[in-house]
Structure formats: C-alpha cells, structure tokens
Design a binder for this molecule. Structure first.
Ligand SMILES: [Zn+2]
Length: 352
C-alpha cells in the first residue's frame, strides 16, 4: 500500500465513524427503517451530513444531498449501509445519488434486504460512480446488528435486560424487586426500551409487578408491548399483544410484524426459557452494589441451570459502563473476536 493509499484509508475510516455517530442519534426514531448515517464530502472539502428520518421521511443519503445542494456534484458519499435501489415508502437513494452527480460512494456494509443485496452498489457502478465497501465494517455491523439479523433470519434481535444485586439476585425472599438499581441505570434502561420495537414480559411478571412498560423520562416512543401467556384482567400493560408457548414461533411472528429489536424484560422464568433455548443475542445486566446475602431470593434465571462445568454457558463481555453507583455489563454469546466493534471499548472506572 502506498503512502497516499494509507492516508485515503484513514480518511475513509474517519468519515465512516462520523457517519456512525450521525446514525446513533436517530437510533430510537428510524425503525422499522435501518438507522443510517451519511457524510458527503464535497470536492472543495466542505462536509454535509444526513441521517435516516422517521418512517416516510428521507433516508440518510437524501438528507445529506439536500444539505449539499449543488456541492454534491463530484462529492464522495460515506454511507454506513448500502444505498437502497428499490421504491419503498420513498424513491431509491441510488437514483438520487446518480442524479446529484456524486463521484464516489463509500459504504460500510451491504444491505442483506433481498430487494437491495448488492443491487444498490451495482446501480451506482453501472453509471461509472466509483464504489468502495467494507470501510469500518465491524463497527457498522455492530451498530446495525438488529436490522441485519432481521433481514438475514426474519427474526428480531433479542436483548434480555435484568437488574440484579452483585450476588446475582433480582428480588428478595418476599418477591419485591423495586428498585435494585438507581436513577442513572433506570434511565439507561428506558433508553434501551425506547430503541426497541417491542418489549416482552411473562404473565407472571404482570401479576407480580403490573409494569406499564412504556418509555418515560427519555425521548422516544413506547414499543409494542408483548406478553408471554395470558394477560391478567385489569393489568396496566393493555393494550398488549399476548403470545403463547413456543419461543421460536413467537420470534417468527414478531419478525413478520417488522420487529427488529425485542427487549425481554423478565421475569426470571422468561429469561431462563430464552437463555436455555439459546435465543438471546445480547444480555444487558444492570448490577447494583448490593447483596441479598442469602440463597432464598430470586435468581436472574429461573429453572434448571448448568448441571456441571461442561454445561457452563460462556460468553464475551462487550461493554462495561458505570452508571452512577451501578454497573451495566453487556454480554454476548460466543468468543470476543467476533464482537470487537465499537462496543468493545472498556470504559474508565471513574469514581461516582
Ligand atoms: Zn434509501
């Protein structure tokens, strides 16, 4: 690689990471569309930015092209996800990039949606636009993981969220569980809920806690509320979708409804069932500096656990965040090497 090439690679990566940052700002608002960021660098060096608007609004590329106006001619577009080449709620972004006279398009990853899947890049190449893809790919794929999983498998990305003491219990002997963690962790959990398309709880949790499962105190809309089992009459969660039994069928149904990210909020019985079925893509564990101090509380996962060390489930920690006095640990199945995206940052452990 020549010196110039190395500089170019570094510059592409810088612009792609800036596009990722743009996308992160619309994370809670763009679903069911993918949260995409676009950075347009004009021939005179000026930079124009765009991110996906809520459904029906412009995609990231269109927003950046509008900001750039005539300066788009000959510019380089850095887009986290391959531009769409099909008519959805809006016309294809490839047509707009071509019409604006963009000279080069750099893409983080291909869009596995069967209507795109390489066709976007092909359409650009066909008219002589220089195309590059795979820049900052791991970081882009980590950010878009729920969308990519949905398009590849037809199922939502499943996150299980649990708040526990450091000795791994989520409720006391009398069944009470409010509030193990403090305000900062609870606000973070609200953001997680706001960026999810659906939240799921077991009917037992409704009977015990009667949660609202809405988004409060942070921006964002409340997700679809899903109850596993029969919804107890008079519970505050209504309206909600009640689904039954087989978890594979539940995920298929939610995928068909366009749910990209499902947040499983408990309780322990539901968490245990999802865990043992191997259906969890990410565990978000909020841990408080507290100990129940016995073996008669409620563990994170109800039901039979590992019978021996050979059955011990092992994953990788991809994020550790201090939230006030509490910790958030993000855990994923599999070896760490597969997950060294932006989440693999270890956060400094400052004093609270
Ligand atoms: Zn588009």
């Amino acid at each position: 690689m020549s010196h110039a090439d190395a500089a170019l690679g570094g510059e592409s990566s810088t612009h792609m990471h800036a596009a990722l940052e743009l996308a992160s700002r619309v994370r809670a608002d763009s679903s069911p569309n993918p949260w995409v960021g676009c950075r347009l660098v004009a021939t005179d060096g000026r930079v124009f930015e765009g991110a996906t608007a809520p459904p029906g609004g412009p995609h990231a590329e269109i927003a950046a092209l509008c900001a750039a106006g005539a300066a788009a001619r000959g510019a380089t577009a850095y887009v986290t996800l391959e531009p769409c080449a099909h008519h959805g709620r809006t016309p294809p972004c490839t047509d707009a990039l071509i019409a604006a006279g963009v000279g080069r398009v750099v893409v983080g990853t291909l869009d596995p949606d069967r209507r795109v899947n390489g066709r976007g890049l092909e359409a650009l190449r066909a008219v002589g636009i220089e195309v590059e893809f795979g820049v900052a790919r791991k970081a882009v794929e980590a950010q878009l993981a729920p969308y990519l999983k949905h398009r590849r498998t037809g199922r939502p990305f499943v996150i299980v969220k649990l708040a526990a003491s450091l000795d791994g219990q989520i409720a006391a002997r009398d069944g009470t569980s409010a509030w193990i963690t403090a305000a900062a962790a609870r606000a973070d959990a609200q953001r997680l809920r706001a960026e999810s398309d659906a939240v799921l709880v077991g009917a037992g949790t409704l009977r015990a806690d009667d949660p609202l499962l809405t988004v409060r105190d942070v921006p964002g809309t409340s997700p679809l509320r899903v109850v596993l089992g029969r919804i107890p009459p008079g519970s505050r969660v209504q309206p909600a979708l009640s689904v039954g039994g087989d978890l594979d069928a539940v995920l298929d149904e939610l995928g068909e409804r366009g749910i990209l990210q499902l947040l499983v909020e408990g309780g322990a019985t539901v968490a245990g069932a999802f865990h043992r079925a191997g259906l969890i893509d990410r565990y978000v564990l909020y841990l408080a500096p507290a100990l129940f101090g016995g073996d008669d509380g409620l563990p994170m996962f109800a039901g039979p656990g590992a019978a021996n060390m050979a059955e011990l489930w092992r994953g990788s920690i991809v994020g550790v965040t201090r939230l006030g006095a509490d910790l958030r640990i993000d855990l994923v199945p599999g070896a760490a090497a597969a997950h060294d995206g932006p989440d693999a940052v270890s956060f400094p452990m400052a004093a609270p």
